[in-house]
Ligand binder design. Structure first.
Ligand SMILES: [Zn+2]
Length: 264
């Protein structure tokens, strides 16, 4: 068994075959958490999860790249609307993805920060973990993780995952100290710098989640194709290879970690 802790089968890329993809996941004992990035995709994630007894869950949030002031389909964050979504279904297991993104724009940082804190408050209100997205500025001079660490510490929030982790080992350890998990995607299968491999080597398996971020970031050997939750096995296999552990151990432990975090 595996759990893809972060996928977007709720996105339009899966309009045609989303149900088939998830049926195949059920058959192969791959559980999936579909993550919202806007109000509509959050709602869709819930609708999809409601079609399954077990093994398909939802997270709801407004992604930082869609916060007002961005050019990328911006929309207003209305906390009450997201609270209604959480209350509408027991399948909502997290608030996310939320966070700070300097890559697309940093001009609306104050607003991103305010919306991130609003999400933290929602997570507190419903006792749910956070799924956090962080991406540095294009030129690498502005660190999203440093801002996120400051905000989480100040808000005294200690429950969640830093998804698609791409930072330094010191940052990963800071997140662990805060009580967070770190999630890895297919990027680890094609990262030529070996920077992520070094991070993975030094992190305890108890702190790691695996994810695909489907439809994006398809791992080797499926680079260039649409990603899907079934490919999470390549991420788990790469972690086993890097840490020189049996594949089954990575499978068992990451499933255990994910179940514990999301209470599923
Ligand atoms: Zn995502």
């Amino acid at each position: 068994m595996l759990i893809d802790s972060h996928a977007h089968v709720n996105f339009t890329e899966f309009n045609e075959d989303g149900p088939d993809v998830l049926a195949d996941c059920q058959k192969n004992n791959i559980w999936v958490i579909n993550v919202g990035s806007q109000y509509q995709t959050s709602k869709k994630a819930i609708e999809i999860s409601e079609q399954f007894e077990v093994g398909v869950y939802a997270a709801v949030a407004l992604h930082p790249i869609h916060v007002l002031g961005s050019e990328f389909h911006p929309e207003e964050f209305i906390a009450a609307d997201y609270a209604e979504l959480v209350k509408s279904s027991k399948k909502v297991v997290a608030i996310g993805e939320t966070g700070i993104d300097f890559f697309h724009t940093d001009s609306n940082f104050n607003r991103q920060k305010e919306v991130f804190i609003n999400h933290i408050n929602l997570a507190k209100e419903f006792a749910l973990p956070l799924i956090v997205h962080g991406r540095d500025s294009r030129d690498g001079t502005k660190s999203a993780y440093q801002e996120i660490l400051k905000i989480l510490a100040k808000q005294n929030f200690k429950n969640g995952v830093i998804h698609c982790f791409g930072g330094l080992i010191t940052e990963a350890e800071d997140f662990l100290d805060l009580g967070f998990y770190v999630g890895f995607t297919g990027i680890i299968t094609f990262d030529k710098t070996d920077k992520l491999a070094e991070v993975i080597k030094r992190l305890p398996l108890e702190a790691i989640l695996v994810e695909t971020d489907s439809p994006y970031l398809a791992p080797v050997p499926n680079r260039g194709r649409r990603n899907q939750p079934q490919y999470v096995k390549y991420v788990a296999a790469k972690i086993a290879e890097i840490k020189q552990l049996p594949y089954n151990m990575v499978e068992t432990k990451t499933v255990e970690n994910t179940k514990k975090l999301f209470k599923i």
